[in-house]
Design a protein. Structure first.
Length: 157
């Protein structure tokens, strides 16, 4: 399965689980966590783009935007078998993108916030706005420098 398809499969599963968690107060019985697995190979033959759009439009304001951003980075990183670096960033914040060898890019909306998701080989990224997990998360091989660690230099994995 190629990287884009793997990521979309895991990305869809993550959004479904995030949505299910957000509505748990409305459900009287919830199956154990191990019962909520979604086999990625079954999603390989499904056009997931319309599903992602519907699910994303269903997600409303939640108290866990930080968890959403971290989850995107984690899912993207492990969907590539940890072979690439990953950056998730709030696109309403100013930044400088020097990422090289981009293998995949997609954007995702959480409430009214648009995030960019890059899967790439190496390069650098400078966050010129606010930090914190509500605005960005990244995984891979990197070194942080600059004011509050906002300059991130990634090396090949």
């Amino acid at each position: 399965m190629n990287i884009k398809r793997q990521f979309l499969s895991l990305f869809t599963a993550a959004i479904v689980v995030s949505y299910l968690v957000s509505i748990t107060s409305q459900i009287s019985t919830i199956p154990p966590a191990n019962a909520l697995t979604i086999p990625t190979d079954t999603l390989a033959f499904v056009d997931v783009a319309p599903i992602i759009e519907v699910i994303q439009n269903t997600i409303k304001t939640s108290n866990n935007r930080e968890g959403f951003v971290k989850n995107l980075a984690e899912n993207a990183f492990y969907a590539t078998d940890r072979k690439y670096n990953v950056m998730v960033f709030n696109l309403s914040q100013p930044y400088k993108n020097g990422l090289r060898g981009v293998q995949f890019y997609k954007s995702a909306r959480y409430d009214n916030v648009q995030y960019g998701i890059w899967i790439f080989k190496d390069g650098q990224f400078i966050n010129q706005g606010d930090g914190g997990y509500i605005n960005w998360a990244f995984k891979g091989s990197f070194k942080r420098t600059g004011h509050q660690g906002h300059h991130v230099k990634f090396r090949k994995r």
